[in-house]
Design a protein around this ligand. Structure first.
Ligand code: NAD
Length: 244
């Protein structure tokens, strides 16, 4: 395990082009349950039903039932050591791009600038009728809440059954094709097309480093089985030792 950190730090410190793909696991230490967390929201609600566009069209209150609390409490959720380490690595010129499946906005809250939120963000909420934008946590009361014009509000997130924004997906794919290292942090790598990005990177010659509490990506070159916050703090320390 110790050698893994040193090896990965060595690669990253050599200024290889490093891209990150993050998933729900990176935000677990910020108190946001993953799809698979014990006792989490998703034990009660099947996300493929409650977070589907088909259900949203029929009854938007179902999506607001599972997401409304997060949106109202948006300011309470804070980035953890892993998000902060990635921001610092971006500032050091080592991490070039973060691609996240998360919709919690925590990479941007941590100060990372090059972030592709491929599934959108709960921070932005739009009226489906007049397109007026609301920013979490400031949304009208109600489940679903309605715009001043009377239209239904929908968070700017990609629901099951919806296409990913083509520009974001195209950029994510290009970054995956041209990186030399991909850190795959806290994702079960089962939700497509995001789950295909590490394979794309690998096919184009990148080294894949997985950081997870349970090994999920079969093609990883190095697997660090550790909580994201602990692992990224350690990795950042090792990189600093090498470049100081
Ligand atoms: P997932 O829930 O399918 O898998 C989470 C992964 O994180 C698992 O592999 C688990 O072993 C790992 N993990 C859990 N705790 C960890 C920790 N402390 N450190 C490192 N790894 C940890 O998540 P996913 O692969 O991102 O699934 C994709 C879908 O889940 C996306 O569509 C995403 O929008 C949605 N989602 C997002 C959030 C969020 O925005 N925070 C939360 C739940 C689900």
């Amino acid at each position: 395990m110790n050698d893994s950190y040193k090896d990965v730090a060595g690669l990253m410190a050599a200024q290889k082009k490093c891209v990150v793909l993050s998933g729900a696991g990176i935000s677990a230490e910020s108190g946001i349950p993953t799809f698979r967390s014990k006792g989490g929201l998703w034990e009660k609600y099947d996300p493929t039903v409650y977070a589907s566009i088909e259900v949203f069209r029929k009854d938007p209150s179902k999506y607001w039932e599972i997401r409304g609390d997060f949106i109202k409490n948006y300011d309470r959720y804070q980035p953890n050591a892993a998000h902060r380490a990635l921001r610092e690595l971006e500032n050091m010129g080592i991490v070039r791009q973060v691609i996240t499946q998360n919709i919690d906005g925590l990479h941007k809250k941590a100060g990372s600038e090059n972030v592709i939120e491929i599934h959108g963000s709960l921070r932005e909420i739009y009226c489906l009728q007049c397109n007026k934008e609301y920013l979490a946590p400031r949304v009208p009361e109600g489940s679903p809440p309605y715009c001043v014009c009377g239209g239904v509000l929908k968070p700017n997130t990609v629901l099951f059954g919806e296409q990913l924004p083509p520009q974001a997906l195209e950029k994510a794919s290009l970054e995956s094709q041209t990186c030399e290292i991909m850190l795959v942090i806290g994702t079960s790598a089962v939700v497509y097309p995001a789950a295909s990005l590490p394979s794309i990177a690998k096919q184009h010659g990148a080294k894949i480093i997985e950081i997870n509490i349970e090994h999920a990506f079969g093609e990883a070159d190095v697997v660090i089985l550790e909580q994201a916050g602990t692992a990224m703090t350690r990795l950042l320390e090792e990189i600093k030792l090498l470049i100081s």
